[in-house]
Ligand binder design. Structure first.
Ligand code: F6R
Length: 614
């Protein structure tokens, strides 16, 4: 969370910084700010809220800052201290000569703050970051060398950080460092870009250095020097980024989320191309380095993820156990890392992450890697920190997802899980060829079926509006669609702020049924298959408590009209693939309710797309 940028060169820096921050808005939008070197001092400009507020603030200082060619910037997702101007970065020290921006959390900031206050430092904000500004400035007072001061300060800091620092006594220089937070340096002609993520500068350069943990980079417009934690200079690896600048356009859609929902049929087509040639061919998954022997020696699989990716993992568990007969555990990364997890070289650990940067998942992956497990990463970002830890990398290729609420990356993760499960089943010989063939041919039809749903989105919009003015919402399902219920509820709560919950329908009678009355919408994900009749009975139980009943179904049974107040029908699909179909109307319901309620669909309050703090 939070995004940082920096630039040293000959070009006017303000637009470079603000455009860079715009590309990082997915990391937070509570406040933003920049610091630029003007004629004789460093000037700081900040604004609360979205980046447009900073742009407005800067417009009234256009003249003073127009000549600046060195600067740093920040976009914030608040951890310590409310979203406000005083807590916005850049932060400075008492003399105002040192400024810095920070992404991460300084865990020992209270102890450091107490020490610094005892030395006379006056704090203005409630942030952990300000401590680092005072700390480095304090050390700088003794050593008079910014790079050295940063090295020495880093030894005292506990936690995760990426930092860009400027000092007025060493003008035209930025010092950058990181530990357990991303930082990448773009190399131009007589200029350098620094950012939390590549999109911030990809339109300027494709050459980059990924800074390693505890390394310190000292950057001027004509030089870059990188030192390891022992202050010894190292030669960094310069990488050619595989990225093209992407014009992030809504393509006529009102929101990125709606556009991304509509991209899903093509995303599935792109993922499947070359991997399922025809239903008679074996799955081609060259990226996965799991040999027959490794698979034979596996006694379990653990899948670790957060949020929407965790819901994809739950579907993954269901199908891997069904197709491959290997026991699978799934766990939220944030829980996994704080207990004595049992993993070894006979465990395959799968990390699932859209961003590939989620701090909890990254830590969990590193822990299991250290215990000798094979690490398979399913991510939308092959250039991410998690991808760099992978023994096998399954890139889901959903393209940049701008909307904070994940939609297309979820469908891409699910599709990748199906490919992986089929691939492993083929190697292990755990499925009949008839079954394999049937699933593969049905998978090839998925894009068309999703297109059919999207073609009737107005009906879903009508249904969504009928239930928009509710305080609570319950989603029920069983079996393979229980994760669909959880994900449908998550989508609704994150963009409409309605208290939505997903339940395994059989659990309703063990407590949640007490909440039902004539005000409560209950959406039943009633897909044909092994649990259809059971779920129908659970829906009857809810109806008997006067709940407002909605069915999402591929059944053509006319009798459903008596039980349900609203019915959303989707094309028929085999039960094992139904999560890929059932999710689409749920994404649309969440979208249309939030849009109807006038919420900020693409940037819902309190959220960030990349969660780089534990
Ligand atoms: C919900 C959402 C989040 C993420 C979660 C994990 O729409 O996007 O719940 O799924 O923060 O992020 P990744 O997948 O990047 O690890």
């Amino acid at each position: 969370m939070c995004g940082i940028v920096g630039y040293v060169g000959n070009k006017p820096v303000v637009d470079i910084l603000v455009d860079g921050l715009e590309q990082l808005e997915y990391r937070g939008y509570d406040s933003s700010g920049i610091a630029v070197k003007c004629s004789d001092k460093i000037e700081i400009y900040k604004a609360e809220g979205k980046l447009c507020n900073l742009r407005e603030e800067l417009s009234s200082h256009a003249y003073e800052i127009s000549k600046a060619t060195v600067g740093i910037g920040h976009i914030r997702w608040a951890t310590h201290g409310a979203p406000s101007v005083v807590n916005a970065h850049p932060h400075t020290c008492n003399c105002g000569k040192l400024v810095l921006v920070h992404n991460g959390i300084i865990e020992n900031y209270k102890e450091l703050k107490a020490e610094l206050e005892a030395k006379g430092c006056k704090f203005r904000s409630q942030t952990d970051t300000e401590t680092v500004a005072h700390l480095i400035a304090n050390i700088y007072g003794e050593v008079k060398d910014l790079t050295k001061a940063v090295h020495l300060a880093a030894k005292k800091i506990e936690g995760a950080y990426a930092l860009c620092i400027m000092h007025n006594d060493e003008p035209d220089k930025i010092v950058a460092t990181k530990r357990n937070a991303p930082l990448v340096i773009g190399l131009g002609e007589g200029e350098y870009y620094i950012a939390s993520d590549v999109p911030a500068f990809i339109k300027h350069t494709k050459q980059a250095i990924y800074l390693g943990d505890n390394q310190v980079a000292t950057i001027t417009k004509s030089s870059i020097k990188i030192e390891n934690e022992n202050m010894l200079e190292i030669s960094p690896k310069v990488e050619l980024l595989p990225w093209e600048p992407v014009a992030l356009s809504k393509m006529g859609y009102k929101h990125f989320m709606l556009k991304e929902i509509h991209e899903q049929p093509d995303i599935i087509r792109n993922i499947l191309v070359g991997k399922i040639k025809t239903s008679d061919n074996n799955i081609v998954l060259d990226e996965v380095n799991l040999t027959k022997d490794t698979l034979k020696n596996l006694n379990r699989i653990q899948i670790i993820a957060c949020g929407t990716s965790l819901h994809a993992a739950m579907v993954g568990k269901y199908i891997i156990e069904d197709f491959c007969k290997i026991p699978v555990d799934i766990e939220a990364s944030s829980e996994y890392i704080y207990r004595n997890t049992v993993t070894d070289k006979h465990t395959l650990v799968i990390g699932v992450s859209q961003s590939g940067e989620t701090a909890d998942t990254l830590t969990a992956i590193k822990q299991s890697k250290a215990r000798g497990s094979h690490i398979l990463i399913i991510t939308n970002r092959p250039d991410s920190a998690m991808a760099r830890e992978a023994d096998s990398l399954l890139s889901v290729n959903a393209g940049i997802e701008v909307s904070v609420a994940a939609t297309k990356s979820y469908i891409a993760q699910l599709t990748s899980f199906y490919l992986l499960a089929l691939y492993m089943a083929e190697i292990k010989g755990t499925m009949t060829s008839d079954n394999l063939k049937k699933i593969k041919s049905e998978m090839l039809l998925l894009p068309q079926k999703i297109e059919q749903i999207l073609a009737h989105k107005e009906e879903i919009q009508k249904c969504a509006r009928k239930y928009a003015n509710t305080r609570d919402f319950i989603y029920i399902a069983r079996g393979i669609n229980y994760p669909t219920a959880l994900e449908g509820a998550l989508k609704l709560k994150e963009i409409s702020y309605i208290n939505a919950t997903g339940y395994p329908a059989g659990e309703l009678k063990h407590g949640p049924i007490a909440m039902l009355d004539e005000t409560m919408p209950v959406l039943s994900i009633l897909m044909n298959g092994s649990v259809y009749e059971k779920l129908l009975s659970n829906s009857e139980e809810a109806k008997a408590r006067n709940a407002r009943m909605i069915a999402l179904t591929n059944s053509t049974d006319e009798k459903l009209n008596d039980l349900f107040d609203s019915i959303i029908r989707v094309p028929d699909v085999m039960e094992l693939l139904s999560p890929l179909i059932a999710m689409i109307p749920l994404q649309l319901i969440a979208y249309y309710i939030a849009e109807f309620l006038g919420k900020d669909v693409d940037q819902p309050r309190n959220l960030a797309k990349s969660v780089t703090v534990e």
